[in-house]
Design a protein around this ligand. Structure first.
Ligand SMILES: [Zn+2]
Length: 139
């Protein structure tokens, strides 16, 4: 595992951020109503790994159903480049499709059955814990 700083942005460039993560990304694709419509690819990270560089004033929030996830869209271009997921309310989900590809060496995509969220959430949490190396290092 080798940590790098990935750069991400929305389409118009108002929203810019950095995220510290492995260069070999472990990401999830979810089939829930909102992720399937937007084609979102999730890289879930801890708060400390994520830095919003610009555009906080340009974000608008959308919630639905349980209102736990905070979906954040750029007001100008409509792109959701990151948000606060229901599965990890103390962290962020970064949209891998919005990252600069130059720092990504490889990507493994795991499917998450978000249409049956309650039945599958523990699997998702375990996957991201393992991906972030927490289980291996015993943190
Ligand atoms: Zn934008």
């Amino acid at each position: 595992m080798s940590q790098v700083t990935h750069k991400g942005s929305c389409h118009c460039g108002a929203v810019k951020y950095e995220v510290d993560a492995d260069e070999d990304l472990q990401v999830t694709e979810c089939n829930c109503s909102i992720c399937s419509r937007s084609g979102y690819l999730h890289l879930i990270v801890d708060k400390e790994q994520f830095r919003l560089l610009s555009g906080s004033e340009n974000l608008t929030e959308y919630t639905f159903d349980t209102h736990e996830a905070k979906h954040l869209f750029c007001k100008t271009c409509g792109i959701k480049s990151f948000y606060i997921p229901r599965s990890h309310p103390d962290g962020f989900s970064v949209n891998v499709r919005c990252l600069d590809e130059s720092t990504i060496r490889s990507m493994h995509v795991e499917q998450f059955d978000g249409r049956h969220w309650e039945e599958n959430i523990e699997k998702l949490r375990a996957f991201h814990e393992q991906a972030s190396g927490k289980k291996l290092s015993g943190e």
